[in-house]
Design a binder for this molecule. Sequence first.
Ligand code: ZN
Length: 157
Amino acid sequence: MTSYINHSIFNVVILSLLFVFNQEYNIIDINGSLVFFIFFMIGTFIVNPDMDTKSKSSNILGIFSVPYRRFFRHRGMSHHWMYGIITRIIYFTILMIILGSIILFVLKGEQIFNNNNIYYVYDIIIQYLSDNKNNVIIAYNGLFISNLLHIVLDKIT
Ligand SMILES: [Zn+2]
């Protein structure tokens, strides 16, 4: 099993190559590069396929990684090149809706998990995503590519 540190080094090396490539061919601008960098780092160090087991990334997430580890066995769906990252995005979206509802409950004293709260948080997320389509696509690619590299390295080592 590839260690956390080797996964991290591998990803950062490839990221450097991607930046050199982008410098040469100007595929995304400086703002897009920053978004890509941030999400690639999140995908490398925290939101990676090893969230499905006791790993450094699940340690960083603490209690928030527990349901994910319960749902997905190690190297199962979480390590699928296409579905893995989608399971994590759905997982964090649900987590945000739950946390958002709790925050609304604390701030506004509204009944927790009533339909209004859930739709309200859901609307904020959807509105944000549609206002920032380009950055969302770039962010997704940052997560997707960093996770794909993890899976590739797991396979070849
Ligand atoms: Zn792995």
